[in-house]
Design a protein around this ligand. Structure first.
Ligand code: PEP
Length: 253
């Protein structure tokens, strides 16, 4: 069984004073790992207050080179220097707004691993792809970049984020999430040669977090909007701890 992870992707939100107050208000729980992914300018300032709470720091993106003449880019090595453990790669906003291809994402994965980061690789289908019955085809294609790293014991977390559920208020039902997660776990074993933690992302809120996380194969959540306020993120962390405890009971039963 994978350890449950509740991760908050702040996207392009947050000021220094808000971020410090947020770190102070965070309430991590036993049995669940917690990570916060703020924008780049807040990373250094949050590293210590989050570490003091046992909360991991992550970034939302990284470039595929460690240094050089790449104006405006941030390297994986810089993220490690800022105290990051995680980096989100292949988020749908980067794939669909900024045109990031699987080829570029594969190069970023390799660079993140080289620097010692744990990538949170986001995958997920568009609404028209789901409606055309192409969900599994899309997930297979997005996971295919892992084949070149097959057999390598690199730390990796996958986030299954159906694009139609991100920031829309439309959450996948627990049944839909469970089915997609089962497929992703199988595909990971086939492509990457090993199974890893698979998070669900897409309009996760305190009200639906437990129902999603208690499903088999849902090893945590990647939360956007509802991670922006410590109060709602704390409620999702509590749901993660509850889901982890229930799954532990089932294993022991
Ligand atoms: C995300 O950005 O990864 C995300 C899941 O956003 P939201 O929770 O707002 O849908």
């Amino acid at each position: 069984m994978h350890k449950m992870l509740v991760a908050g992707n702040w996207k392009m939100h947050g000021t220094l004073s808000d971020a410090l107050a947020y770190a102070e208000a965070l309430r991590p729980r036993e049995g669940v790992e917690v990570a916060v992914m703020p924008p780049f300018p807040l990373l250094h300032a949050l590293a210590e207050p989050l570490a003091a709470k046992g909360v991991a720091l992550g970034a939302q993106n990284a470039f595929y080179e460690q240094k050089g003449a790449f104006t405006g880019e941030v390297s994986p090595a810089m993220l490690v220097d800022a105290g990051c453990r995680f980096v989100i790669l292949g988020h749908s906003e980067r794939r669909h707004i900024l045109g990031e291809s699987d080829e570029v994402i594969a190069k970023k994965l390799a660079a993140a691993w080289e620097a010692g980061l744990e990538p949170v690789l986001c995958i997920g289908e568009l609404l028209e792809e789901r409606e055309a019955g192409k969900t599994e085809e899309v997930l297979t294609r997005q996971l295919a970049i892992l084949a070149q790293f097959r057999g390598e014991m690199k730390p990796l977390t996958i986030a299954y984020e159906p694009v139609w559920a991100i920031g829309t208020g439309k959450t996948a039902t627990p049944e839909t999430a469970e089915a997609a997660h089962a497929f992703v776990h199988e595909e990971l074993a086939r492509t990457f040669g090993r199974d890893v933690r698979v998070l669900y992302g897409g309009s996760v809120k305190p009200e639906n977090a437990l129902a999603l996380m208690e499903r088999p194969g849902v090893d945590g959540v990647l939360v956007g909007g509802a991670s922006l306020k410590a109060e709602s993120f704390n409620a999702i962390i509590a749901a993660g701890a509850e889901a982890a405890a229930r799954k532990q009971e089932e294993v022991g039963a």
